[in-house]
Design a protein around this ligand. Structure first.
Ligand code: GLN
Length: 520
């Protein structure tokens, strides 16, 4: 079922196999009809992950990039919507003339073609294919059928992730849900080679024996994946049970050896708790933490690299509109305003930005957070009364944030924002330049609005420096306040969190944590 941790498990298996020297890649299959995740509400599926090539994808792709330390592209997220769109447009253009177009073989062939394409394009020796949803769901049936067919054409092994609940009354681990889902899988023609059991704790010997017997797998292929605080530890926990060796053997890579020593060092750094920096994250989807998963991970990576801990205080921006900001934010070391859309909660974010600017609290704004920083500064420093982004107030007197010129003609909502990685020129001598240590950087974007060029002069004259711009200098990408006037005040039009990994923390996140640490 969803939320069990298939993404983390897939990413972990990837990390384990990669550590043996294999070239690995990963694909996420989402059985919904949306073509991509870009038009979905974060409350339903969590954040939208953005790739270098501008794909708007399921958040599991983020786990893959972070665990594998590898870029993914649009090809790595297959949805039912994409598959049908392709098959139906081929039918219309006459590619199947004379045929009856059907789920088997046309849809299943298209699914297999897309999976194999990833292997071809990346040159991966092993491609992990994560099939979302639940065994037995109508929507995932064509994908399971494609996987079954593929197992006859390629070297395929099946790993099944199931829930092994513990009954609170008796403390007994129940294997029935696993037995039944494996039964469903077998009906679809798939016999799992490995079963990974999610649960509160490790699966006991008795439950393991039962699962092996009833599900027809070797007992060494029944692996536990207990709840953990630090998900980066999962590859280590799986490998302690020799999962890597088992997979290498089953895949026929007998000369390879798993070596997670480097990973172990990184993981331990991510578990350091003291000293601990407390960051307020001001958002409107704070009830569902998955909406800000990459921001949260980026904070952890930055803290880990500085050998400290980080605690996030989740602040609902709408609450800030009603309450006193000083009271809510009285116990924090830094403030982060992440990306977002629309009116709700925006004024609360603006209040938090004003507070951090005036009180000298380390601040990082991202995308919508960058845009609202410009709004705040325009109103409260430049004296531009009623300044706003036209996303919130289309009739504002001072449209300091306005639609990107190329967005004016755009009518379709799917995949039409300014997306993906673009080059950014950093000005020497600025905070941004000192953080990145180079002049040209590439970061990922997802927005429709930008700083209105007509207001750049007045903002800069009043002390808001645009230290990062597009290569043609027309687009504002980073803003900052001089370090003489504020210990750390920086915001980016792009989303730095999408490039942050345990092995490569994002410079602007690292700067935030570092400044907070120094202030303690
Ligand atoms: N809503 C803003 C825009 O479209 C910011 C988007 C974001 O934060 N990702 O430009």
């Amino acid at each position: 079922m969803s939320g069990l941790g298939k993404g983390i498990t897939t990413a972990s298996i990837g990390r384990i196999l990669k550590s043996s020297g294999l070239k690995v890649s990963a694909v996420k299959i989402d059985p919904y009809l949306n073509v991509d995740a870009g038009t979905m509400n974060p409350y339903q599926h969590g954040e939208v992950w953005v790739t270098e090539d501008g794909g708007e994808m399921d958040l599991d792709l983020g786990h893959y990039e972070r665990f594998l330390n590898q870029d993914m592209s649009k090809d790595h997220n297959i949805t039912t919507g994409q598959v049908y769109l392709e098959v139906i447009s081929k039918e219309r253009s006459g590619e199947y003339l004379g045929q009856t177009v059907q789920i088997i073989p046309h849809i299943t062939n298209e699914i297999k073609r897309r999976i194999k394409l990833v292997a071809e394009k990346t040159g991966a020796e092993v491609v992990l294919v994560e099939i979302g949803g639940t065994v037995g769901d109508i929507e995932s049936m064509p994908f399971l059928e494609a996987a079954r067919q593929m197992s006859l054409e390629e070297d395929v092994i099946f790993v099944h992730l199931t829930l092994v609940p513990t009954l609170e009354t008796t403390g007994e681990q129940k294997t029935k849900p696993t037995q039944h889902s494996v039964k469903e899988l077998r009906e679809a023609g798939i016999q799992p080679n490995v079963i990974i059991c999610r649960g509160k704790e490790m699966v006991g010997e008795e439950a393991k024996r039962k699962i092996a017997l009833f599900c027809n797998v070797e007992s060494k292929a029944v692996i536990s994946a207990p709840d953990v605080e630090n998900t980066y530890r999962v590859p280590l926990i799986l490998q302690e049970q020799n999962l890597g060796d088992l997979l290498l053997e089953k895949l026929g890579f007998n000369d390879k050896k798993v070596d997670l020593r480097d990973w172990e060092i990184l993981v331990s750094k991510l578990e350091i708790r003291s000293p601990c920096v407390k960051i307020a994250l001001i958002g409107k989807y704070v009830e569902l933490r998955d909406s800000y998963i990459s921001v949260r991970e980026a904070l952890k990576h930055a803290a880990g690299s500085l050998e400290c801990g980080v605690e996030i205080k989740w602040v609902n921006s709408e609450d800030l509109e009603r309450k006193s900001v000083e009271n809510v934010l009285n116990d924090i070391d830094g403030i982060l305003v992440p990306g977002g859309f629309g009116k709700r909660g925006a004024e609360g974010k603006i209040k938090a930005i004003e507070f951090s600017r005036e009180e000298g609290i380390p601040f990082l704004g991202i995308c919508f957070g960058f845009q609202l920083t410009v709004v705040e500064f325009s109103r409260n420093v430049c004296g531009l009364e009623g300044a706003n982004t036209t996303e919130i107030d289309p009739l504002t007197q001072h449209p300091v944030i306005d639609l990107l010129p190329e967005q004016r003609e755009v009518k379709e909502m799917g995949g039409t924002m300014r997306l993906g990685a673009h080059d950014i020129l950093l000005e020497r001598g600025t905070l941004a330049h000192s953080l990145y240590g180079k002049e040209i950087i590439r970061e990922r974007h997802r927005h429709r609005y930008e700083v209105n060029p007509e207001y750049v002069k007045i903002l800069e004259e009043n002390g808001l420096k645009f230290s990062g711009r597009s290569l043609d200098r027309k687009r504002m990408e980073i803003l900052e306040i001089e370090r003489k006037k504020h210990p750390y005040f920086i915001a980016t039009q792009f989303h730095p969190e999408f490039k942050s990994r345990p092995e490569r923390p994002s410079p602007v996140f690292k700067g935030l944590i570092q400044t907070c640490l120094e202030g303690k």
